[in-house]
Ligand binder design. Structure first.
Ligand code: IVH
Length: 679
């Protein structure tokens, strides 16, 4: 009897845990609005795993514990789609869209057509099949008629509901086939490739390939480790649910827990669609995921049915593509760049080509292994990809190289800058110049030191860093703080104003947050995250100096490679002397990451540590005045809106920045409110 009550209690707990995990998972993955910490979520999950392990009958297929992957498959099976998964016709100009609109008006014999427009996501199309609410099958698009069954892999994606529940008065349909795009965020793609580089695995060419490769894993435990996400944009067969418009479809799907793209616009005219296309193109670079255009769909489902389809595409939808971010050109030469840690990176000098409005004349070839894998040489025709601010990359060789008499690329034996020996270090793929005083390394270390996430000194770019190092003005970071206006003025093409601004910027940078200070030092494997973790753990650099490798490795999130690199750095007399010199020069890192130390009036304002953009003309003050006030309050004032912007303060006639801010859901503050906040 007692045992039975105990079991009932556990069963109830398992049910409760499952509900909570589903709710918090949905908040985290779909709504992007978590209300519990990751650690708390993990704790709930672990408890459910423990219970299910002990009471196997409580472990059902829709349990959140099933997202970790299932036993590997031997091969994929294929399955037919109930309705073919069609493609889209492409358009590249407003005129083509007007032609599309004219055809629709004519075929429907109607003047006013409303459209739903969606970003065209650059990922992998899949169909998810829910039977009586339960996810039972997931099939890739394949050839449109049938695809591979990837159910176990799809289950691992946090934003895929495993079981649908009744929404208000809407019953779960008997059958629901939804279609969407599996994607990987740009940032996650970069991280994944970085890991692959370290593990000497082939790199993914782009986020789409990474998503496709992750979805085609026979071992779903591997897929579970990949940061896949999914947006739902359409439907296949549906039984037991009525949907009359694309708009209603999204609303109902949202209700069932599916992730719907936030940049969808409903019920708009063709002219509005064209305006939005231009705005979306502006937003493109700042979005966390890749899009390659906009899909325009007739909103009314009945009208969609009347319009029908051609062999491979519907007549009621069209893709209005953005200019390609990939182009083809030839490699004119391959040079070697020496990075801040001495890593040699081969760079392709290209026949200049315009990619998405920017002229590209060089592209990274990553490393010698990648060149060999791609089989590229000077003279080859190659595909280049440019994405946002990152350095363009050579993706692959196009066609055969029968007539190419250049010999295959070989890494030099000596550093092209300082002539020191080149070595392959340990198990890394990279070749390195081992001379820490190599001018190229010093220059790159200096650039890293003054970068935004480091000392944040504006005005010291590639050219000036090079001059400072070549003129022998900077041998170590501490030298930077000894520079006077006259020193700068001796440099070629340096005016008095610029020189004085530089000295001022260097002076201003002396008050620096500890985490930025650590980051700026450019310790191997120590990026922004490790730097922040250290600052959260230790009060100041002096505490870090006396830490042992074990103590550092004990910090959650810091691995053995990083802790070894940090200890190596802090135990080096040269480095310690340099840090002492910086201290003598007046550098006093403050620590904002240790919450125990947070106090004072500065922190208690809304702008402290926020990134703010000012746009439009303010009535009661100049933008410059507003900027100064904000900086005094601890804000960072930037000139362009991005996903990192916290607030946009808008005056009269704010233009494209306001549009961008709205679309990126940046908090917009009008001048009147801004003034009130200052009080
Ligand atoms: S609708 C019948 N909507 O583009 C309509 N497709 O070229 C067919 N895609 O295979 C697709 N974002 O992989 C649609 N919002 C979106 C999309 C989208 C990306 C992809 C999808 C499809 C391909 C068609």
């Amino acid at each position: 009897m007692a045992e039975k009550t105990e079991y009932m209690k556990i069963k109830k707990e398992a049910f409760y845990l499952k509900e909570k995990l589903i709710e918090h998972g949905h908040r985290y993955h779909v709504l992007d609005d978590p209300i519990i910490s990751d650690a708390e979520y993990d704790r709930l999950m672990q408890r459910l795993i423990d219970i299910e392990e002990q009471y196997k009958e409580l472990s059902l297929t829709d349990s959140p514990t099933k997202r970790v992957g299932a036993p590997p498959l031997k091969a994929f099976t294929t399955a037919k789609h109930s309705f073919p998964m069609l493609g889209l016709d492409n358009a590249f100009s407003d005129q083509e869209i007007f032609n599309f609109h004219d055809r629709i008006k004519k075929n429907l014999n109607q003047e006013n057509i409303l459209y739903t427009v969606e970003p065209k996501l650059d990922g992998v199309a899949v169909e998810l099949i829910y039977t009586m609410g339960l996810l039972t099958n997931a099939i890739t698009r394949g050839d449109g008629t049938s695809g591979e069954v990837v159910t176990e892999n799809i289950r691992t994606i946090g934003s895929v509901p495993l079981n649908l529940s009744r929404q208000g008065n809407i019953d779960v349909p008997d059958l629901l086939e939804v279609r969407g795009e599996v994607i990987i965020n740009k940032k996650d793609f970069e991280t994944l490739n970085k890991q692959r580089l370290e593990n000497e695995e082939n790199l993914f060419a782009n986020p789409r390939n990474a998503a496709a490769g992750s979805l085609r894993q026979l071992d779903s435990k591997i897929t579970a480790k990949r940061p896949l996400d999914i947006f739902i944009y359409g439907a296949g067969d549906i039984q037991g649910l009525s949907i009359i418009s694309q708009n209603e479809m999204f609303e109902k799907f949202k209700g069932f827990g599916f992730k719907i793209n936030p940049l969808i616009k409903n019920n708009i005219t063709i002219d509005e669609a064209l305006v939005w296309h231009k705005e979306l193109e502006l937003l493109r670079e700042d979005l966390p995921y890749e899009i390659d255009g906009m899909v325009i769909k007739v909103d009314d489902i009945e009208a969609q049915k009347i319009l029908g389809q051609k062999a491979r595409s519907p007549k009621w939808a069209i893709a209005y593509k953005f200019p390609a971010m990939e182009e083809i050109t030839t490699i004119e030469d391959i040079i070697i760049q020496v990075g801040r840690t001495g890593t040699l990176t081969p760079v392709a000098l290209l026949e200049p080509v315009s990619i998405g409005g920017v002229i590209v004349s060089r592209a990274s070839l990553h490393n010698a292994d990648e060149i060999e894998r791609m089989g590229v040489r000077i003279g080859d025709t190659v595909l280049i990809k440019r994405a946002g601010d990152v350095i363009p990359k050579v993706i692959k060789r196009i066609g055969q190289q029968e007539k190419n008499d250049h010999s295959p690329f070989k890494m030099p034996e000596l550093c092209p800058v300082c002539n020191s020996v080149i070595k392959k270090v340990g198990d890394e793929v990279a070749y390195k110049c081992i001379n820490a005083s190599c001018q190229a390394q010093i220059k790159e270390r200096l650039k890293h030191f003054v970068s935004r996430d480091g000392f944040d000194i504006e005005g010291i770019g590639d050219k000036l860093s090079k001059q400072l190092v070549e003129q022998g003005l900077i041998k170590s970071f501490a030298d930077l703080f000894k520079l006077k206006q006259e020193d700068f003025m001796k440099l070629e093409r340096m005016g008095e104003v610029s020189a004085s601004n530089l000295v001022k910027a260097i002076e201003d940078s002396k008050s620096i947050d500890l985490k930025k200070f650590i980051y700026a030092l450019g310790i191997n494997y120590t990026g922004e995250t490790a730097a922040r973790l250290l600052a959260e753990k230790y009060n100041d650099f002096f505490e870090i100096r006396s830490a042992t490798k074990d103590q550092i490795e004990n910090i959650e999130g810091i691995g053995p490679k990083t802790s070894a690199a940090i200890v190596n750095f802090i135990k080096s007399p040269v480095n310690l002397a340099m840090i002492d010199q910086m201290k003598d020069a007046g550098i006093k890192p403050f620590n904002d990451s240790r919450h125990t130390q947070d106090s004072g009036a500065l922190q208690s304002n809304k702008f402290f540590h926020k990134t703010v953009v000012l746009t439009g003309s303010l009535e009661t003050m100049t933008r410059k005045e507003a900027k100064e006030i904000l900086i005094d309050l601890g804000a960072k004032v930037t000139s362009s809106v991005s996903s990192k912007t916290d607030f946009a303060i808008v005056g009269k006639d704010a233009g494209s920045k306001l549009i961008k801010a709205k679309n990126l859901k940046v908090k917009i503050i009008e001048e009147k409110v801004f003034k009130l906040m200052l009080k």
